[in-house]
Design a protein around this ligand. Structure first.
Ligand code: B12
Ligand code: SF4
Length: 354
C-alpha cells in the first residue's frame, strides 16, 4: 500500500539519494516512447541488429514499459560516469599497433551488478518513506530503450552516433533505470540537440557503421563484431578493426562534447591489470585459466577465451611483422577451436612476404 505523499518532495529526495549513491544525474519521465518505437521497428526490419536475436524477440516490450512491467507509469533514469582516471589516453593506444585497445567502459569492474545494486539501494530508500511500491531496476541487458528514456528524463540528447550526450558531461557514462508505479512529477525540460552540422563521428567510424545520423548498423560496428558476435568476424572488416580488441570508442573519442566529460569517481571502474594499454602478444599468450583470473568481475569475461583469442588474432594480423608477433600467432595454430585457427591463419597471411 502506498502512503499519501508529496510527490514533488519525494522526487527531490530521490535525486539527492541517487547523487549520494554515486549517480551524477537523475531524471524522471513517463512511458510514452511511440516515436522511438517507429525507429526501433525500422532498425529491426532492416536487420541492423545482426545476431542479437533478443532485440527482435523482445519487440515492442522495449518501447512499451508497462508491457514489460505492468503498472509502470514513471521511470527514474540515472547516469554514472565511467571514464577511468590516470589511464593511458585512447589516442596513444590506438596509435600503437603492438598494443590492444579496450573500450573505456570495460577496463574496470563490470557495471551491471554495481549499478543494479545501487538502484536497489535507491528503491529501498524510497520505500522507507513512501511505503511499499512497485518497481524493477534495469541496467543495459533488459528490453528497455535506455537512451530514449534518459533523453525524455532530461539527461541529454541522442547524438548522431546514437549515444546519449550531456552538454556538461559528454557521453562517457552508463545508464540505468527504476521502473515504478509511483506518480512522480515528470521532467519537462528536454535537453536541446547540439550536434548541429558536425558529422565527426560518422566520418571517423572505421567501418562506416553509422550509416546515417542516429542510425548504427550494428552488423558493421566494431563493438558488435568484437563483443556481441560469437562467430567468425567477416573478413571485410578485419583490417578496419586495427588494434581494437574489445569494443570501440572512436565515435565518442572524436565527439567535441567529450571535452566536458569528467573522470569516474567510482573506484571499481579504475583500470585493472594494465588493460588501458596492454601488449597484444602478452594477452594472446594468456591461457584460458589466466583469462578467467584476470577478467574476474569484468565485462570482458562474458565473451569467453575463444572470442578473446579471435579478436586478438585479428589485431595481431594488423600489427607490425615482428618475430614476436609471428611466434605468438604460430603458437595458436593448433588451438582446438576452428574459429581461432581460422583467424590465426588469416593473421599469418597478413604477414606473408614481410
Ligand atoms: C544493442 C546495443 C548496442 C549495439 C547496437 C548499438 C545501437 N546504437 O543500438 C552495439 C553492440 C553495436 C552497441 C555498441 C555500443 N554500446 Co550499446 N547498447 C545496446 C543496448 C542493449 C540497446 C540499444 C538499442 O535499443 N538499440 C536499438 C536502436 C533502434 O536504437 P538506437 O540505435 O539507439 O536508435 C535510437 C535513436 O538513434 C533514434 N533513431 C534511430 N533511427 C533513427 C532514424 C532517424 C531518422 C531519427 C531522427 C532517429 C533515429 O531512435 C532510436 C530509439 O531511441 C543498450 C542498452 C539498452 N537496453 O538500451 C546499450 C547502450 C546503448 N550501449 C552503450 C554503450 C556504452 C555502447 C558502446 C559505447 C560500447 C563500446 N565502447 O563498444 C558502443 C557504442 C556504439 C554506437 N555508436 O552505438 C550504453 C550507452 C550509454 C550512452 N551514453 O548513451 C548503453 C545505453 C548501455 C548502458 N546501460 O549504459 N550497443
Ligand atoms: S561527433 Fe558531432 S555529430 Fe557525432 S555525436 Fe558528437 S557532436 Fe554529434
Amino acid at each position: 500500500m502506498q502512503n499519501q505523499y508529496n510527490y514533488s518532495d519525494l522526487a527531490e529526495k530521490i535525486r539527492n539519494w541517487a547523487f549520494d549513491l554515486g549517480f551524477q544525474q537523475t531524471g524522471i519521465t513517463g512511458t510514452d516512447l511511440s516515436e522511438d518505437e517507429t525507429h526501433l521497428l525500422n532498425w529491426l526490419d532492416k536487420d541492423m541488429h545482426g545476431d542479437m536475436h533478443y532485440m527482435k524477440r523482445h519487440g515492442t516490450k522495449r518501447s512499451r514499459p508497462s508491457d514489460l512491467v505492468p503498472g509502470t507509469c514513471r521511470i527514474i533514469s540515472v547516469r554514472m560516469d565511467y571514464d577511468p582516471p590516470d589511464s593511458v589516453p585512447p589516442s596513444t593506444v590506438l596509435a600503437n599497433p603492438d598494443a590492444g585497445y579496450i573500450s573505456r567502459y570495460a577496463m574496470g569492474r563490470d557495471y551491471h551488478k554495481l549499478i543494479r545494486s545501487k538502484l536497489q539501494k535507491l528503491a529501498t530508500k524510497i520505500e522507507s518513506v513512501a511505503g511499499e511500491f512497485g518497481y524493477r531496476a534495469f541496467v543495459d541487458s533488459a528490453p528497455v530503450l535506455e537512451k530514449a528514456i534518459a533523453r525524455n528524463a532530461g539527461i541529454g540528447w541522442i547524438g548522431k552516433h546514437s549515444n546519449l550526450i550531456n552538454p556538461k558531461a559528454g557521453s562517457w557514462f552508463f545508464l540505468g533505470e527504476l521502473y515504478t508505479d509511483l506518480p512522480l512529477p515528470v521532467n519537462e525540460n528536454f535537453e536541446t540537440e547540439h550536434c548541429g552540422t558536425c558529422n565527426a563521428c560518422i566520418d571517423i567510424c572505421p567501418t562506416q557503421a553509422i550509416i546515417a545520423p542516429y542510425q548504427v548498423d550494428a552488423k558493421r560496428c566494431i563493438s558488435y563484431l568484437t563483443i556481441e558476435l560469437r562467430s567468425s568476424i567477416p573478413i571485410e572488416f578485419r583490417s578496419m578493426i586495427g588494434n581494437r580488441i574489445y569494443g570501440c570508442d572512436d565515435c565518442q573519442i572524436v565527439c567535441p562534447w567529450n571535452r566536458f566529460a569528467k573522470n569516474t569517481e567510482e573506484k571499481d571502474f579504475r583500470v585493472r591489470h594494465g588493460l588501458d594499454a596492454p601488449q597484444l602478444v602478452e594477452l594472446f599468450n594468456w591461457s584460458e585459466q589466466l583469462f578467467l583470473e584476470r577478467t574476474q568481475g569484468s565485462a570482458i569475461r562474458r565473451i569467453g577465451h575463444e572470442c578473446w583469442l579471435r579478436n586478438i588474432a585479428v589485431a595481431l594480423g594488423n600489427a607490425p611483422s615482428t618475430p614476436q608477433t609471428i611466434r605468438a600467432l604460430k603458437s595458436r595454430l593448433d588451438h582446438p577451436s576452428e574459429m581461432v585457427k581460422e583467424h590465426v591463419q588469416w593473421a599469418l597471411e597478413q604477414h606473408m612476404g614481410n
